[in-house]
Each structure stands twice: as C-alpha cells, then as structure tokens.
Design a protein around this ligand. Structure first.
Ligand code: NAD
Length: 326
C-alpha cells in the first residue's frame, strides 16, 4: 500500500498547538513539502523557541490565541485552509494535575471550533488523539477496535476523556456533516524539543542522567512502554493526512521496553554515572501500552524506522546542547 502525497505546494494548513513539541515537527515537515502553514498556540505548554528557526520563513505564521475561546481574529486566519490538524493540548502527566480545566476546554470547545471551521472551509480535519484513549488496557497490544479501560474520574481522566470526546466529535462531524476527517491515536513519542521538566519518563531520565542525579523509576520499573521517535510519528501523521482514511489509526512502535530497561539505556547512552532509584508509582499509571500497527501498515504503508538507541542518542544530544546553551 502506498499513499500518494495530497498536500504540498500551494496548500494552506492550520496546525493548532504548532509551537509544541510534536506539532512543531509536523510544521517543519509540512513546510518542507512546500505548504503554507499557520500555527495557533497560547504557549501554555509550548514555546516560541520551538519555531524560532522559522522566523524568516514567509510560508509560516504563528498566531497567539487560546483555542478554548475559538479561533482568534487574525488576518492569517481569514483565508480558507485545505487541512486543519488539531494538535493543541497539554499532554504530559504533570499537566493533568496542573492544567485540568485547560485540557478539558481545548479538547472540547477547541475541538468543536476547529471542526466547525473545517466544515466552513471544506478542509480535511486531522485529530491528534492518543493511546490514553485505551486507558489501562485489558487487551494487549491495543488494536483500534478495542474500546479501552478508562477511569472517568481518575487524575488522567481530564486528558483521556477530552480526547475521547474529541474522537466522538470528529466522527459526528464526519457522519452528520460529511466532513473529511482522520483520527490518529499517538503512542508515547519522544525527541528534541520536549520540555526537560514535563514529567514524562524520557526527558526526566535524560535530565537526571546529564545532571548525574539518580534516575527516579516509578514502582518496580517493570511497567512497559513502546517509545516512538518523533520523526517516525510525523511520517505516520502525514501518511494519514494524505490518505482518505478516517481512522482511528494507531501510530507508534511495537518495540517494548520496561521503565528499568529504558533508564539503564539512557544512563549508558549519556555516558552517565547516575544510579537508578525506585520511587512510588503514580495512580492510574498504565501497566502496559503497545500499539497494534496492522491498520497503519496495511492502510498507510507505515513502518517505524528509528530504533531506541538512535532516537535516544539524538534526544540526549538535543538536551545536552540546550543545557549547555543556558
Ligand atoms: P505539547 O504540550 O508540546 O504541544 C501542545 C501545544 O498545544 C503546546 O504548544 C501548547 O501551548 C498548545 N496548546 C495547548 N492548549 C492550547 C489552547 N487552548 N490554545 C492554543 N494552544 C494550546 O505536547 P506534545 O507532546 O507535542 O503533544 C501534541 C499533541 O499530540 C497533543 O494533542 C497530544 O495530546 C498529542 N499526543 C502526544 C503524545 C506524545 O507522546 N507526545 C502522545 C499522544 C498524543
């Protein structure tokens, strides 16, 4: 299966949350194809630094605005868009506790505002959903047909349920308005431009390894994650965007690591002498998470290409460079 490129030179694309970690890499990839890109961000978890390298790029505009209030009134947003990628949302576990209402709003009011704009523009709408939609899964690995095991009142619920609402809204607009939509369920992704203090395991472990402080592994460290390098995810997202698939389609990698293995690998790759310390496990932390990639493979021809050693090395280099620059 090979997907023909559908969006490129001459196409206008709106990327919500475009100054964030993953979305800023999507922006780069769309610009590299010749698209014109407008990013809307309120910088709640993103940063202008992530798109600072695009300051002189005439095909890129960054608009400041909170999507929970709808689309901001800005000249860059008046012309029609060919595609809208809804990627705005705080996404790290520390954000779930710090920004619960903001997460619920951008995943509800924000999603509806962008869906309505997509209808008005007859644009393709791509929703960045998450493996968290599966909650603490009772099925392993997770195929898209699995409905999940989510605690609707737990600390993670603000994020899980906001994304599940966004998926429901996307399908409602597809069914009732005939909107051209796509849902991607993104699994744990890492790479340059992550925030060192965002509470996710990889940036935390890398920061600790570079500082020479102990790597704090939750519980026994036996819980597993499959980790995806951001370049692989971006390729998957653009394949889905170019296709006419509705999804949801999982995007990630199948290779599973225990948290302990991940910590040990980061210590080795960073050349650190940090030790590993086991600390209390957070509630609702899923035991296992791994995508079933059958749909991504068969419908999109997606195949992850960057292994953990290579991806982690590139991420460690980025973190080492950022801390040296401070
Ligand atoms: P991020 O926090 O770096 O990026 C999100 C961006 O959205 C930030 O720039 C933030 O400022 C912006 N934003 C948040 N609320 C907003 C609002 N109300 N108005 C305007 N902008 C707003 O996070 P990320 O890890 O890059 O995640 C990007 C998207 O991918 C999110 O939707 C997330 O749910 C999804 N996702 C990411 C992962 C992952 O492993 N990184 C996994 C699953 C899903």
């Amino acid at each position: 299966m090979s997907v023909q490129q559908r969006f490129g030179e001459g196409h206008r694309i709106l990327v919500s949350g475009g100054a964030g970690f993953v979305p800023s890499h999507v922006v780069d990839a769309l610009l590299a194809r010749g698209c014109t890109v407008v990013a809307v961000d309120n910088f709640v978890t993103g940063s202008r630094d992530n798109v600072a390298h695009l300051a002189a790029e005439p095909r890129f505009t960054l608009v400041e605005g909170d999507l929970a209030e709808g689309l901001p009134a800005d000249a860059a947003l008046t012309e029609r868009f060919d595609a809208i990628l809804h990627m705005a949302s705080p996404a790290s576990p520390t954000d779930f506790a710090k920004l619960p209402v903001e997460i619920l709003k951008v995943g509800s009011a924000g999603t509806l505002a962008l869906l309505e704009r997509a209808v008005a523009d007859s644009a393709r709408f791509l929703m960045a959903s998450t493996s968290e939609a599966y909650g603490d899964p009772a099925v392993h690995p997770q195929p898209e047909s699995y409905w999940g095991n989510v605690n609707p009142i737990g600390v993670r619920a603000v994020y899980d349920e906001a994304k599940r609402f966004s998926e429901a809204a996307t399908m409602a607009f597809h069914r009732f308005h005939g909107l051209d939509t796509a849902i991607v369920r993104i699994f744990n992704t890492y790479g340059p431009r992550m925030r060192p203090d965002d509470g996710r395991a990889i940036p935390t472990f890398i920061s600790q390894a570079l500082r020479g402080t102990p790597l704090t592994v939750h519980g026994t460290g036996s819980q597993t994650r499959s980790i995806t390098y951001v370049d692989d995810l971006v390729r998957g997202i653009l394949l889905l965007l170019d296709s006419s698939e509705t999804g949801p389609i999982n995007c990630g990698t199948e290779h599973e690591l225990t948290m302990l293995e991940l910590a040990e690998l980061i210590v080795k790759l960073a050349g650190s002498d940090s030790r590993i310390e086991l600390v209390e496990r957070t509630s609702d932390d899923p035991e296992k998470r791994r995508p079933d990639l059958t749909l991504a493979r068969t419908l999109l021809g997606y195949e992850p290409q960057v292994g953990p050693e290579d991806g982690l090395r590139r991420t460690i280099d980025f973190f080492a460079g950022s801390s040296a620059a401070e």
